[in-house]
Design a protein around this ligand. Sequence first.
Ligand code: SAH
Ligand code: SF4
Length: 306
Amino acid sequence: MHNLISKAVESHNLNAEELLELLKNDAINPELFASADKVRKKFVGDKVLLRGLIEFSNICRNNCCYCGLRRDNRKLERYRMPPDEIVYLATDAVTKQGFQTIVLQSGEDLWFSQEILCDIIHRIKKTGCALTLSIGEKSAAEYQAYRAAGADRFLLRIETSDPALYEKYDPDMSWKKRVQCLYDLKDAGFELGCGCLVGLPGQSLESLANDVLFFKKIRADMIGIGPLIVHPDTPLNGNPNGSFTLALKVMALTRLLMPQINIPATTAMEALVKGGREMALNSGANVYMPKVTPLNLQSLYQLYRK
Ligand code: SAH
Ligand code: SF4
């Protein structure tokens, strides 16, 4: 076995240079993926954890350059599910379809006030499920209110650990504020999900190595890594998609360094490559999030275009 991979399997520690060497070397990929698979099996077992994903609004106040939901995308028909429908879908997913975890995801849609969201959380938690939120940046007080209402986990990707790259592609947003949100979520008692995009134009392998170290530093409980898929109605139109294999490598390295965490086979991996979900689940991932969103709305929740 390549000595750096065996070092990672045994110590769950690599520095930036060592990560970079493995990212650069594609000859080691089969060994890297197999090792991440073994570490996954040893630390989190063979069960694939299922989370029912409800994409409840595609309205967003932000303008992230890679995302089809960005506010300047006027071509997208927008929708907002009424609270009763969100609660109905979640309850149905738990009581009839057997999901034990529900994930509520949306653009940053300010119509959903703290009061409305807390009411939704409270009603969904009556089913006894675990509840994950993925609704973007809020104040520390709001995060605390959602936690008090019963939400258990929160997904907020850093997108990239490089502040300059982040602020280039997330105009009007601050990398420091994003990091502060991650710590506020931890302080509020959430299980923390983070992650990054792979394939932003200008993103180097060094930068991806730092992303993996960033996840370890913030002690995330879950990490979602997805290849960038270019949406034509965004400023990234004309750029190439991110590499599936590179995203898989970043994911496998994250598993080696953080053996106990949950790692989803992301929808972007599945969308980019046929069989991508299975490949991810055989290379370190242990979670899958089927969409519970009604089909007619799924087609409008266009982070990227398939
Ligand atoms: N608005 C919330 C949650 C919805 S976006 C937030 O931004 O946190 C969820 C994730 O989709 C983002 O974190 C981003 O990493 C991913 N995403 C957005 N556009 C994408 C694209 N074009 N290709 C792949 N993933 C994308
Ligand atoms: Fe909005 Fe999230 Fe898309 Fe950024 S990534 S535009 S915050 S939905």
